[in-house]
Each structure stands twice: as C-alpha cells, then as structure tokens.
Design a protein around this ligand. Structure first.
Ligand code: FMN
Length: 182
C-alpha cells in the first residue's frame, strides 16, 4: 500500500450505503486486530467485540434505532463493548479502538459507520436488547456499533478546506488564535 497514513485519515468518511457484497471473516479479523492496537490507559485494553452477521438481528436493531437502514444493509455489524470494571477510562479506550477500526476499514477498501449514543433513552433500550440477544454480560457496556460493508458511496476526503478551524487552535493560552497572531 503506497497511500500515506495522513491521506488515509483524510479519506476516512462515514459510509451509510453498502453493496450486497460480503465482507470476509479475514477482513473482520484484520479490523479487530487493528482496533486492538489502540492505546489504552494503563494498557488495560478494556474491550470486547461481538461480530454479528444476522439480517433478522440487524433488522431488529435498525427498527429499534428507527433511522438507520444501513445497519440492516451492512454485511457485518460489530458491537464494540467496554468493561467499566476494567478501567475508569473504558469509554475513551473503546473510542480509540473504534477509530482504529474505521481507519483499517478504509485502508482495505471497506466502508464503515460508527453508531452510538450511549446513556440516551433509546440507546439504553438498545443496550438491553443487545445484551439479551447477544448474551452480553450485565457488567459489560455496548457504547458503539460499527456497520461494515463494501461502500456504495464515496464521499470526498476531508482536509484543511472543510475541517481545519484555526479558531479552535490556541497558542500558549486560550484565545491566542492564529487570526489574531497575524
Ligand atoms: C460517538 C459517535 C456517534 C455516532 N453516531 C452516529 C449515528 O448514530 N448515526 C450515524 O449515521 N452516524 C453516526 N456517527 C457518525 C457521524 O455522524 C460522522 O462521523 C459525522 O457526521 C462526520 O462525518 P464523517 O465521519 O464522514 O467525517 C457517529 C460518530 C460518533 C463519533
């Protein structure tokens, strides 16, 4: 692969339309391996990943979330789980792993969408549903679902043109932004 990591990060976009092509077990294994390379506080690695390939289950989740048809369309759904008892920073650690997973998906030509709104009413219902159907223990949280598939859309890469905001960069002290320095 000749693409630089910098360009890969710019190219990662949320994909919400997938083709019918299946994602292989080897590809999923690669995504999770890369997710597990993420940094964690005290190297606790307080995560588990549940790989779901079940259209009926995906449909039930999509219906529960109401606005996410691509969850059903996706070849695979990965429930990214966190273990609060393993680390007080479990949610940060799991988030770092999720970003790694999304970048890995982009790198191997797959598309992915991070879905999650932990501690909202709807998400609490979803977590309960997932815990029941996927047999996830009570002391394990499920803050993130990642829908993975072959992309049927190709949004443009991010970059300075659409993302970089110099007003949000403070040099030395808060408020010292580039506009005022020049
Ligand atoms: C914590 C978190 C939760 C998200 N939840 C959803 C979601 O429920 N549905 C969705 O379509 N996208 C979700 N996204 C993706 C964002 O909508 C997306 O990252 C944002 O619009 C920017 O687009 P980009 O990823 O293409 O840069 C989520 C992203 C994060 C980090």
């Amino acid at each position: 692969m000749t693409e630089s990591l910098l360009d890969l990060i710019r190219r990662r976009r949320t994909i919400r339309h997938f083709t019918d092509e299946s994602v292989s077990n080897e590809e999923i294994d690669t995504l999770i391996e890369l997710a597990m390379c993420a940094p964690t506080r005290l190297n606790r690695q307080p995560w588990h990943f549940v790989v779901v390939r079940d259209k009926a289950m995906q449909r039930a989740i999509a219906e529960l979330l109401r606005i996410h048809p691509y969850i059903e369309q996706a070849s695979v759904l990965i429930a990214v789980c966190g273990v609060p008892q393993a680390s007080s920073t479990w949610l940060l650690d799991v988030s770092a792993a999720t970003e790694n997973l999304l970048l890995a998906a982009t790198a191997i030509g797959l598309g992915a969408a991070w879905v999650g709104a932990p501690d909202t009413t709807l998400w609490n219902l979803l977590e309960e549903h997932l815990r029941d159907t996927l047999r996830i223990p009570l002391d394990v949280r499920i803050p993130v679902l990642v829908a993975v598939g072959h992309p049927a859309e190709s949004p443009p890469p991010h970059g300075r043109h659409d993302r970089f905001d110099p007003r949000k960069v403070h040099y030395g002290v808060w408020g010292n932004v580039a506009d005022e320095l020049t």
